[in-house]
Ligand binder design. Structure first.
Ligand code: RNT
Ligand code: ZN
Length: 432
């Protein structure tokens, strides 16, 4: 079958009666293994996923700069047409994506998406007014809003150091920026409930680092200064990283550094799926960290060979993280967010694929016959445990997913892709 015809068929879909019958049968199958599908669907649709704004424009931001665009710290690869260039276009694209993603959403904004009219505004002078359009828009759509300081892509970050900089005036600039950001986050939180404020910095060095302690001491000082004020509506988190391009030898904010910093200061931690050694399991970190550090913010990403920020899929890694989040009974202490930027494919489709994959993996986790498997594990019946894990792949998951999509009033199957194609032709292709 040709792709075009296939997509038309998908849009027309199966009959609603057969979907209802499929779900009824699936619900019985799952009940036999002790799983209540109605509860799982209700839970999964209620879990907010905070979707990053930066997939829309390849992490360019909206800053009005006097000089040339400053690069450094982060890079998106590809030049697929239709990239959003204004706040208006980002909002339009996300509204389109959101129509195709089931369940509760939040939006996740970086400071460099300030809308300052035509005026250049330095990052340490940003105020809540520069983001008022974003907050109003989120409120109108019933989405929460999260925030991040932008400590990259700036002339004062060009040498790869920000909050850990040796030059005190540069370090103070970034402290002021992060403080201004927290105040903005407090405004978002006050208005919409709460706001996660995640600090990631690129700081590191390329080779043969001889002073690893100094930058870490300075980072502690900077973070303490940033976190001093009490902002009750802000959930503070810090995000570690293994390395950056051009900063391969040393990362100031390493995993140990931030995990211990967060534990000692009573703030949250962010685990990004692309920020560890390729065989290291983020899933296993959840139950290890959560007794000491809460909440855990997850940046769901997909590294291919390295921290490449590919679009997440319903992959072993994502499923393992979701399984662990559910199994550990810690869903209340885990915040779900996405973080990827693929500029080589339709960017709205990238959002839809990535966020649907996370939601799908969460539903898959909620449908695990976990009670039976733990009974097998506790009684030492390893074979039964393994067999139950295998049985998951034989249960009618797709009928439940389809039902969840229906309940959320978004298309199941690939019907959404036809929508994206239409949007590409009518909107994205018209952009220069
Ligand atoms: C970078 C971190 C960070 C960024 C965003 C843009 O490696 O993952 O989360 O992707 O802040
Ligand atoms: Zn991240």
């Amino acid at each position: 079958m040709r792709l075009e015809q296939f997509l038309i068929n998908q849009r027309e879909g199966t009959s609603a009666t057969s979907d209802v019958q499929d779900y009824a049968a699936a619900r019985e199958n799952y009940a036999e293994v002790g799983v209540d599908t109605d509860v799982a669907v209700g839970t999964v649709l209620g879990l907010p996923i905070s979707v990053h704004c930066w997939q829309a424009d390849d992490v360019r931001g909206l800053e009005v700069r006097e000089g040339p665009v400053d690069s450094g710290g982060i890079q998106a690869m590809g030049n697929y047409p239709g990239v959003a260039r204004t706040g208006e276009q980002i909002r339009q694209d996300f509204e389109q994506a959101a129509r195709l993603i089931p369940g509760a959403l939040r939006f996740n904004l970086h400071a460099m998406y300030a809308e300052t009219g035509r005026k250049p505004v330095e990052r340490d002078e940003l105020t809540p007014e520069h983001f008022s359009t974003w907050v109003d828009w989120c409120e109108d759509h019933g989405w929460g809003l999260d925030f991040n300081p932008t400590c990259f892509g700036h002339r004062l970050a060009a040498d790869g150091m920000t909050l850990a900089h040796t030059d005190d005036s540069i370090r103070q600039f970034w402290v002021r920026h992060c403080l201004a950001g927290r105040e903005i986050a407090e405004g978002f939180g006050k208005r919409l409930g709460s706001c996660t404020y995640n600090i990631w910095i690129p700081d590191g060095s390329k080779d043969a680092t001889v002073d690893r302690a100094g930058p870490r001491r300075r980072l502690i000082q900077s973070l303490d200064a940033v976190l001093q004020a009490d902002f009750p509506h802000v959930i503070d988190t810090v995000e570690s990283k293994l390395f950056g391009i051009g900063l391969e030898d040393y990362t100031v904010g390493s995993h140990e550094f931030y995990l211990l910093y967060a534990a000692s200061r009573g703030i949250g931690i962010c685990f990004d799926l692309g920020h560890y050694h390729p065989t290291e399991s983020v899933a296993d970190k959840l139950s290890a960290a959560v007794p000491f550090v809460m909440p855990i913010l997850l940046h769901i990403s997909r590294g291919v060979r390295w921290d490449s920020d590919h679009v997440p899929r319903f992959s072993d890694e994502v499923r393992a993280v979701c399984d662990e989040a559910v199994r550990s009974g810690q869903l209340d202490n885990i915040l779900w967010a996405t973080d990827f930027f693929d500029a080589s494919i339709n960017r709205v489709a990238a959002w839809v694929i990535g966020v649907r994959a996370v939601r799908k993996a969460l539903l898959y986790a909620l449908l695990e016959p976990w009670e039976l498997a733990t009974e097998a594990e506790r009684s030492g019946d390893g074979a039964a445990k393994l067999a139950l894990q295998e049985l998951r792949a034989e249960l009618p998951f797709s009928a439940v997913w389809k039902y969840a999509c229906q309940r959320a009033d978004v298309p199941g199957g690939l019907a959404w892709l036809a929508e994206i194609k239409r949007y590409e032709q009518t909107v994205l292709d018209q952009r220069e």
